[in-house]
Design a protein around this ligand. Structure first.
Ligand SMILES: NC(=O)c1ccc[n+]([C@@H]2O[C@H](COP(=O)([O-])OP(=O)(O)OC[C@H]3O[C@@H](n4cnc5c(N)ncnc54)[C@H](OP(=O)(O)O)[C@@H]3O)[C@@H](O)[C@H]2O)c1
Length: 253
């Protein structure tokens, strides 16, 4: 477990604390910055991006908020427990959990393996499940909390070459809705469902054109589109169990 960034907290804080998993890069990074701008101190989780996480922590500090960096493989229950314990030690409370960490790998149906299933379901469903189990009692004890999961339009509109990924995100949708019921009224549990936000480096120009052609708004999303919606859900105490599409209309088909 990494140590808190210099200048970061050592005692109970009156400022709300948000933990963002997979927060060092890409979409998670935008969520960290948006929640910091919204007045949260931030626990930035990463698995293998310590440099990016520390750079981001410095940006949060420059915004006038506190930040600390934590490492964990979220598919391992003991590491998840240690992560939340370390956040307790650093900040003394937890108000917001954003489950953003995930994996996404092309898995053609002809070559599907047990490992493909475990890889996607482990990171995209078991990991947020374990994080929710850790966060819930802390939030219940405080009488209030917000959990936001990041799903995908693929949870309801399958991609034929990504079966385990789609299954994992569909499970995350039901985790969101069932926990919203189980953890009410103290804790709200919602999800943001992005369409394509960032292209992978290996996606061809032709593939990119095909993706954009299917989006009514004519563009893919940005990490900031997702981050603003996470903030909306964090700031909306009477919204729970909602899966909010942020996809330029892609899921209307
Ligand atoms: N990008 C898109 O177009 C898109 C579209 C739809 C939905 N989404 C969803 O939006 C969220 C963010 O997307 P993204 O593209 O920014 O995500 P990403 O880059 O694919 O992954 C985010 C982070 O997850 C962390 N991670 C993966 N496996 C982990 C594990 N076992 N334990 C701990 N951390 C792990 C990695 O952290 P380290 O780098 O530190 O290893 C990674 O940087 C994800 O939930 C994704 O499924 C994205």
């Amino acid at each position: 477990m990494d140590r808190p960034t210099p200048g970061s907290p050592t005692a109970v804080s009156p400022v709300p604390i948000a933990l963002v998993t997979g927060g060092a890069k890409r979409v998670g990074r935008a969520i960290v910055l948006e929640l910091a701008r919204a007045g949260h101190d931030i626990a930035i989780h990463h698995r293998s991006s310590p440099g990016e996480a520390e750079t981001l922590a410095a940006e949060v500090l420059a915004l006038g908020r506190r930040a600390a960096v934590f490492r964990a493989d979220l598919t391992v229950a003991a590491e998840v427990a240690a992560l939340f314990h370390a956040v307790d030690e650093a900040f003394g409370r937890l108000d917001v959990l954003v489950n953003c960490a995930a994996v996404f790998r092309r898995t053609p149906v002809q070559t599907l393996t047990e490992a493909d299933f475990d890889f996607h379901v482990g990171a995209n469903l078991k990991a947020p499940y374990l994080c929710c189990l850790e966060a819930a009692p802390r939030m219940q004890a405080a009488g209030c909390g917000r959990i936001v999961n990041i799903t995908d339009v693929a949870a309801e509109r399958p991609f034929k070459s990504h079966v385990p990924y789609c299954v994992s995100k569909a499970g995350l949708v039901m985790l969101t809705r069932s926990l919203a019921k189980a953890l009410a009224p103290a804790i709200t549990v919602n999800a943001v469902s992005p369409g394509t936000v960032l292209f992978r480096d290996d996606e061809s120009q032709e593939d990119r054109r095909r993706v954009i052609a299917r989006i009514p708004q004519g563009r893919i999303g940005t990490p900031e589109d997702i981050a603003r919606t996470v903030r909306f859900l964090v700031e909306s105490p009477h919204v729970t169990g909602v899966i909010l599409a942020v996809d330029g209309g892609r899921s209307l088909d």
